[in-house]
Design a protein around this ligand. Sequence first.
Ligand code: SAM
Ligand code: SF4
Length: 457
Amino acid sequence: MNTHEIINEIDINEILEESKNFSKEEILEIIEKSKDCYGIEILEAAKLLQVEDDEILEKMFEAARYIKEKIYGSRIVVFAPLYTSNECTNNCLYCGFRVTNKDLHRKTLSTNEVINEARTIASQGHKRVLLVCGEDRKTTNIDHIVESVKSIYENADIRRINVNAAPMSVEEFKKLKEAKIGTYQIFQETYHRETYKKMHVSGSKADYDYRLTAIDRAYEAGIDDVGIGVLLGLYDYKFDVIATLIHSDYLDEKYNVGPHTISIPRLRPAFGSGLDKVPYPLSDKDLKKVVAVYRMAVPYTGIILSTRESKELRDELINLGVSQMSAGSKTNPGGYEEDDKQADQFVTSDERGLDEMLKVICEQGHLPSFCTACYRAKRTGEAFMELAKHSHIHEFCQPNSILTFKENLVNNASEETKKIGEKMLQVELEKIDDEKLKEETKRRLKRIEQGEKDLYF
Ligand code: SAM
Ligand code: SF4
């Protein structure tokens, strides 16, 4: 495979050059067009990225909010990362886990420790985890990942496990699929080859092409639910956002299904990092623009926000098109049991726990969701996109969000969160148009109050 055909830097630079010529009218037209929820062209997205005018930016944010609401309603899916290991043989300059960080407390969790972490996360009310680990063929190989996934499903009340791990061969991806993971997530970090080379000094991750083609191998192995993203701050964000959209289009055209999610990690300080400053800093305003542009360009793709961002900014970003967010995260293996700052991957910013986060999400007018139904009912990949593009996904998501949030309110929430949460549920229940479905949802809510769990459509 010629990877320059997937990501062609000359083309991207030409698009970015051309995008500098725009008029206010043209931008307003693109914003209007985006509200049809069919997405926008790459060049149009590039023009939006050039906007600096606060008044126009506000219009972009409004459009992103509108699209998010139209497609996802007020739902925000909540999850927690679970780090199984910080051992790594790569040398990514920005990461605390890099091999040359000799002061890091290294640890790979045993199967029992993985189970304990998962149980602690589940005890807060989480149902989804994102399993994360460094890359070390001896300790964090496919057997470690598969064993961790299986043992969590078997021993903790976690209903969906997504995985963020190093690129694999088709054979390894097949094993991952057999373990019944949700989304396989991998960030290219930067699509700019020269910067990629500078940032990835040694180890297998230095191979840009093997990483870029990971999703192709995952699809080949039958995984149809994938997540992509770049580490914002490594290179010019405009270049990397456009490249991410081009990668997404490429996957959509070739496999009939684009990425399920795009993540928006922004570079954070890390203990033992090899970078003394952010190479291409982007402001909060830039990050808000990036979220809005993704939402407008690929309206059916989930946007994932982590606790790398401050609580103030996170509260703003959930109003701009983000559809999934982590809460109460720890970035060291075993962190939910015992926090060790000298074992962290990077410093998190929003330290609020899950219960507080749920309250804030409700206060902002959103409905937290712990739903894991689609992937368990095999509504993934093309089947999911078909439903989503015809807005049928609402029919499942709305009642499922209500039911899963109710389960949290009954079993895990504080009195304060319960109070605001119950009010939220009443509002959201009324949004179900189909009367029969609404009645059935009410019946199931009663069953949850009486102690039943895991009810979904
Ligand atoms: N080791 C695997 C890999 O690199 O693909 C998977 C896990 S890695 C721990 C997950 C992601 O964390 C990386 O893809 C990178 O984007 C992000 N990351 C690493 N260092 C970071 C930092 N200092 N700030 C923010 N995100 C960081
Ligand atoms: Fe290892 Fe991933 Fe960190 Fe790179 S980003 S050092 S591969 S854990």
